[in-house]
Every structure is written in structure tokens, then in C-alpha cells.
Design a protein around this ligand. Structure first.
Ligand code: BDP
Length: 703
């Protein structure tokens, strides 16, 4: 009995020692199992040296020390000067090294020199990025012999947008409540702020807007500025600048001004003073992020002014400082005869050239709203005199939230890699964003954060990979989604070669699978009302017509899809001729975008050889089948994955399967009411009626 208890005790201890709660993200630094490999790395990591006392360099040194001590299981000393010692890492800020000369500001070089590895950059934060890169090499099992890396960021502002509220909730957050503890700040600094800063720095993120774009004026009060200052102080050594989302009505709400009209001198004075005040708390304040005249938020149009008038007023207030103004282009009017697709473009196009140079207009990747697959936003490329920034959504509002496994790098890349043709072939969206097409001075890629109070930060264990991928792509959008996944898997889950390959394949398949059982062939915006979870293609009444599903899919007895080629809407005309030609022709149009631009007859034969109805059914059914494939493949990985993580994913995949069937049945049965065609013979028809499936949505609403 006693022996049994002892065994039980020790197995509990070992389980506890290995259980991975995901809190360390991809910065785990667990002991490398292979002794030979450890010995190899140990030759290069005997000591870390820097003569600098700069806070950022010290963070780099601390990270390397902790990282290598964990990975190697031995002490690593930090010393002031290397003298004649070899086998260590030297951190230096230098303009002189031959490698450093051609570096961009945050860029870094890592190279071997006289028996040591040098991490060099023109800036302190560049050295920190280099330190993380060196750690990544070791975490993913790469050789350090004759190392030679030069890396420059392609985008200058690499930013997370938190949609966190003062009351601790997170708009569209699926990982618990807000990670910012406003009630504790400025007095208590949650250690997670430091972990957050390290994680961001490790992937090159250098900016964060800390509150929801549906902003409360409260964030501009002295009480909150003190709290935000405390956060900014923690993030600063990691090279991260803090931005605040502002409510345009703040002069009225906070100071009782009669108006918030951006051309009113008193209002302008108010913003000048507020901006000065903020800088007293946060001297390196990043700037403002603004959602105006969108979904009920106040803005300059309330006073008959334009978006440029509003943005330029804030830019003027920011003139004495280094900060900028980020103005969102996510606007759309409730015009039942219009096409929401065109509205951002139409409202902003006449303003091209009217924005102050301190303003960046932040545009969502697609014209509607973070749908799982959208053509790129037609504003990209069409604005030659305005700096446009990219806004992606990392949090999976429309992508399975925290229960469906969807790796988003392929989605981000699909947008960035698409050619706009604005300056002929080779004018990809990425080149609009990085500023190279129109020679912009500034550049921005923002991602709506998926972080929360959950122990593992992001809910679904795989959602961490989307935070990781976003940062890596903002740094270098030419990285492949396979490489990024490989890095993340190696650092987070396992370095076993076979397992890594299997997990990577699961990740690459995940997005096409999700799209297949939700929005095949270019369908979009058919999710449950309000919570945006699950299918609701029959939604026909809402606060506004463009919040319904029928507005988008346009199903009728003839066919399916939104004709944007002329008759109903001429939105396609907003693109370059090359795209009008390919997307505008239903015979040539990429099937992924088909129903975005065309109303296709149910019986129309597609390039696959099937008619639209059959193809639609095949895709919905295949999506469900693919979830089963993901499940089977995940099962083979049990021996390689931490048990807690394994089980968490296993359970979520079961939910995903159930809900994929929910999406399939809902959409196939609903569209069948219009097509009046049978489910193709080789597929088993749903074993429930449309009415039964509709009830599932009602149950969800009750939650
Ligand atoms: C929509 C979200 C809403 C956001 C809005 C935005 O449903 O919660 O406030 O985007 O980006 O997708 O402003």
C-alpha cells in the first residue's frame, strides 16, 4: 500500500513537472533533450557580454541568460568585457560593423567573429530582436556554427490593437477577460505585463493600443493616464510604444465643451492640451487610434466635417511630438440600396491627399469585415497620397473563436501577396503597405489582439500561433506560412521532426477546412447575429439590412451570390483592370471569390465540372470530412505533445466536428430551399430538418 502511495506521489510530481499550461507561450526554454546538441550549443554560449547599461540591452542579456540556462541546463555568466575569452555572445550597438551599416533602424546582424557570436544593431531594440532571433535558432534546433544573419523589418509600426474595455471585458475576446488590471494599476504590476512585453519583442511587435476602438473617454482622464503610464513603463525597455484609442466626443464628455467639432478653436485647444498632458505621463507616447463615424461611434461627420478634418486636428495636436494618428477606414452607412463593399473606398477616396503627414489610415484587409476569406480591400493601391496601414484580426471573431483550429498565416499572406496591379504586375498589397509603391515614409501593420486572462493567453492552444504569425509577418511578410508554423511548433510543442511535419500539415489544412464548412466559393457574412458564432444564413431582419445574411448571399430561385459586376453593384470597378478582367468573368474568376462578385445559377457548370449546387454541397461535406482528418492526425501525436495541451486540442476538435456538421446542415438545408435540387447521390443528406437546425441558433442566443 505504502509503495503504491509512493509511486502515486512521484507520478503526480512528474506529471506536475511536465504539465504545460501554455502560459510561457513560445518562450519555454525547456532543457534540450539531446545531450550532443546541448554540448554543441554550449560551445557558443559560455558567457554574455555587453558594456552597455541601457535597459533594453540589459533585457536582451537577461533573456539570453535565462534562455540558455534553461535550454542548456547550465549556468551562463554575464560579464562586462570579453577580453580574450572566446565562446560567448557579444551585444553591441554599432554603426561601424560592416554588417551593421546597411541595417534599418530596428534591424540586426548576428555573425561569428573570432570565436564569439556578435549581435549588432544601430539601436538597442535591434539588439534585443537579435537576441530573440538567436534564441529562436537554438529553440528550433538550428546550428550556430558560422552564423550569419541580417534581418530588417519590412514594416515600421508593428502593432497590436487591444479591444479591451475599462470594465475588464474584451470586445470579441475569447480568452477570458482583459489582461490589463485597471483596478490594480498603477500600484500593482501584474507579472504578465512583462511576459506580454517579452512575447511581443520576440516577434518584433513594437506598438500596442491598449483599449477598445469603441473607446471610452475614461482612458483620457488623469486617473487612467497614470495607469497607462505604469503599463508604458513596463513595455518601454522592450521597445513597445503605447497608443490610446480615443473617443471623438471626449472634449464634450470630459470637459463639458459644447461641441467636439474638429474645426472649433476651443476643441482644437482641448486636444492640444490633452496631448501635452499625455506626454507628461508618457514622453514617448505612440499616438491616437480612432474609430469615428462607424457603427454609432462619434466623429467629425456629426458636425458636417470630414474624416480628414478630424484626423488633421489630432495630427496638429501631435505636431510637437513624435507620435502619430491612426485613423480607421472601417466605415459604412446604412444605405439599403448601396453596397457596403464600396463604402470605405467611397468615403475616403475624395480625401486622398488631404490627410496630414502624421496620419496613417488603417484599413481592414477586406472590404466587408474580417470574413474568413475576402478579396483585398480596394483602397489598397488606390491611394497615392495617403499612407495606408493594414488591419488584420488575430482574434477569431469569425474564425471559430476559441474552439476551432484555424491557423491564420495563410489568410494574412493571401491578402499581402495578392497583386493590386496599380503600378503593373508586381504591385502586391504588401508593397502598398510597406510604403515602397508610393514611397511613403511610414508603414503600419496592426492586428486585433487575441490575448486575455486565460492561463494560456489565447484560449485554443493553437490560437497562440496566430499572434506569433502576425508578428513574424509584420516583421517580414515574405516568410512562408510553413516556416512560421515550423518555428512556432518547434518552440511551443515539439522539435521531433516527424511530429513537427504532421502538426505543420494540420495547421496548413486548417483554414481551407474551416472555409469549406462555413463559407465555400466566396460566401460571406452568414454568422449568428450579435455573437457571430455558428451559422445563420436565414437571418433576414436586423438593426440594419447590411447586418443580415440575405444581404450578402442573395440566394433566390435562380442562384446564389452577390453580383458586384454592374447590375446590382459595380464594386468590382474599384480594382485595377487586370483584376476586373479576371474576377469579373465568372468563367475565369478564382472559385475562392466567385460568389463575392457573381450571382451564379444553381445549375451553372463550374470549372470543377460540377454545377454550382453540387459543388457547394461537396465543399460543405468535404469540410466536415477534413475535420475528421485533422482529428485522426492529431491522435497520432499523443506521444509527442504535452498531455494537457494534447487533451485540450483533442476536446476542441470534437466540438469543431460537431459544429462543422451544424454549419454544413444549416447551409445545405437552407440553400436547398432555393435550389430545389437534391443533395448529390454520394453524400448522406442531413438527418435533421432545417427547422431543427434553426432551433440550435436560438439555444445559442439564450447562453
Ligand atoms: C466588427 C466587430 C465589432 C468591432 C468592429 C470594428 O464585430 O465588435 O467593433 O468590427 O472593427 O467586426 O470596429
Amino acid at each position: 500500500m505504502q509503495k503504491k502511495l509512493i509511486i502515486l506521489f512521484f507520478s503526480f510530481i512528474s506529471l506536475a513537472a511536465f504539465a504545460d499550461d501554455g502560459s510561457r507561450l513560445w518562450l519555454k526554454y525547456d532543457l534540450i533533450k539531446d545531450v550532443k546538441q546541448r554540448e554543441n550549443y554550449a560551445k557558443f554560449t559560455k558567457f554574455i557580454t555587453t558594456s552597455s547599461t541601457n535597459a533594453t540591452i540589459l533585457k536582451a542579456s537577461e533573456e539570453l541568460k535565462n534562455g540558455f540556462e534553461g535550454l542548456m541546463g547550465k549556468k551562463v555568466s554575464t560579464i562586462k568585457k570579453a577580453d580574450s575569452q572566446v565562446g560567448g555572445i557579444i551585444l553591441e550597438v554599432s554603426e561601424k560593423q560592416i554588417f551593421t551599416k546597411n541595417l534599418a533602424n530596428d534591424g540586426f546582424a548576428i555573425f561569428s567573429n573570432k570565436g564569439n557570436i556578435i549581435i549588432s544593431s544601430k539601436t538597442e531594440v535591434g539588439v534585443l530582436y537579435g537576441a530573440f532571433e538567436l534564441l529562436r535558432k537554438v529553440q528550433t534546433g538550428q546550428s550556430l556554427s558560422n552564423i550569419s544573419v541580417i534581418s530588417n523589418p519590412k514594416i515600421k509600426i508593428r502593432m497590436l490593437n487591444h479591444w479591451d474595455n475599462a470594465n475588464g471585458t474584451v470586445e470579441r475576446g475569447y480568452a477570458g477577460s482583459s489582461m490589463w488590471k485597471w483596478n490594480e494599476l498603477p500600484f500593482r504590476i501584474d507579472p504578465r505585463y512583462i511576459a506580454y512585453a517579452r512575447a511581443n519583442a520576440s516577434i518584433g511587435i513594437n506598438a500596442t493600443s491598449i483599449n477598445n476602438v469603441n473607446a471610452s473617454s475614461r482612458f483620457l482622464t488623469a486617473e487612467y493616464l497614470e495607469k497607462i503610464k505604469a503599463v508604458a513603463d513596463v513595455l518601454r525597455p522592450y521597445g513597445i510604444k503605447v497608443f490610446i484609442s480615443v473617443n471623438f466626443r471626449s472634449p464634450r464628455t470630459l470637459s463639458g465643451l459644447k461641441t467636439s467639432d474638429p474645426l472649433d478653436p476651443e476643441v482644437r485647444q482641448w486636444w492640444n492640451e490633452k496631448t501635452k498632458e499625455i506626454h507628461q505621463y508618457i514622453p514617448d507616447f505612440g499616438g491616437y487610434l480612432v474609430k469615428a463615424n462607424s457603427e454609432g461611434e462619434p466623429g467629425p461627420q456629426d458636425y458636417g466635417r470630414t474624416h480628414a478634418d478630424g484626423a488633421n486636428m489630432l495630427a496638429e495636436a501631435m505636431k510637437p511630438f513624435a507620435g502619430i494618428v491612426i485613423w480607421r477606414a472601417f466605415v459604412y452607412n446604412a444605405d439599403p440600396n448601396g453596397d457596403r463593399f464600396k463604402e470605405g473606398y467611397e468615403q475616403f477616396k475624395p480625401l486622398d491627399g488631404k490627410f496630414d503627414s502624421k496620419v496613417i489610415v488603417q484599413v481592414k484587409n477586406g472590404p466587408i469585415d474580417f470574413m474568413p476569406r475576402e478579396p483585398f480591400h480596394p483602397m489598397f493601391g488606390a491611394f497615392s497620397k495617403t499612407t495606408l496601414g493594414m488591419e488584420f484580426q488575430i482574434t477569431q471573431e469569425y474564425l471559430g473563436q476559441s474552439t476551432h483550429l484555424t491557423y491564420l498565416a495563410p489568410m494574412f499572406k493571401e491578402c499581402l501577396d495578392t497583386d493590386t496591379y496599380v503600378k503593373g504586375k508586381g504591385s502586391e498589397v504588401a508593397k502598398v503597405i510597406d510604403g515602397s509603391i508610393y514611397n511613403n515614409q511610414n508603414s503600419l501593420m496592426a492586428g486585433v489582439a487575441n490575448t486575455g486572462s486565460d492561463v494560456n493567453w489565447c484560449g485554443h492552444p493553437f490560437n497562440q500561433s496566430n499572434w506569433y504569425a502576425f508578428g513574424r509577418l509584420a516583421w517580414d511578410y515574405s516568410l512562408s506560412s510553413e516556416q512560421i508554423a515550423n518555428e512556432w511548433i518547434g518552440m511551443t510543442l515539439t522539435n521531433d521532426v516527424v511530429a513537427k511535419k504532421q502538426i505543420n500539415s494540420i495547421m496548413q489544412k486548417s483554414l481551407p477546412t474551416y472555409i469549406s464548412y462555413t463559407y465555400p466559393l466566396g460566401l460571406h457574412h452568414m454568422m449568428g447575429e450579435g455573437h457571430h458564432y455558428g451559422p445563420e444564413p436565414w437571418l433576414s431582419k436586423s438593426g440594419r439590412l447590411d447586418w443580415t445574411s440575405i444581404y450578402y448571399h442573395r440566394a433566390d430561385s435562380i442562384g446564389l451570390g452577390f453580383d458586384r459586376t454592374g447590375k446590382l453593384s459595380n464594386a468590382l470597378k474599384l480594382y485595377s483592370n487586370e483584376l476586373i478582367e479576371s474576377w469579373g468573368n465568372p468563367e475565369k474568376c478564382n472559385l475562392n471569390y466567385l460568389l463575392w462578385f457573381h450571382h451564379i445559377a444553381w445549375s451553372k457548370k463550374l470549372s470543377t465540372g460540377n454545377n454550382l449546387w453540387d459543388e457547394l454541397c461537396f465543399r460543405y461535406y468535404d469540410g466536415v470530412k477534413q475535420v475528421k482528418v485533422l482529428q485522426d492526425e492529431w491522435e497520432t501525436l499523443k506521444a509527442h505533445i504535452d498531455f494537457e495541451t494534447f487533451q485540450s486540442v483533442q476536446g476542441r476538435l470534437k466540438i469543431q466536428e460537431k459544429e462543422a456538421i451544424w454549419w454544413r446542415d444549416a447551409c445545405v438545408l437552407y440553400f436547398q430551399e432555393y435550389s430545389k435540387m437534391p443533395i448529390p447521390k454520394n453524400l448522406t443528406p442531413p438527418n435533421r430538418s432545417l427547422e431543427e437546425v434553426k432551433k440550435l441558433v436560438e439555444i445559442y442566443h439564450l447562453r
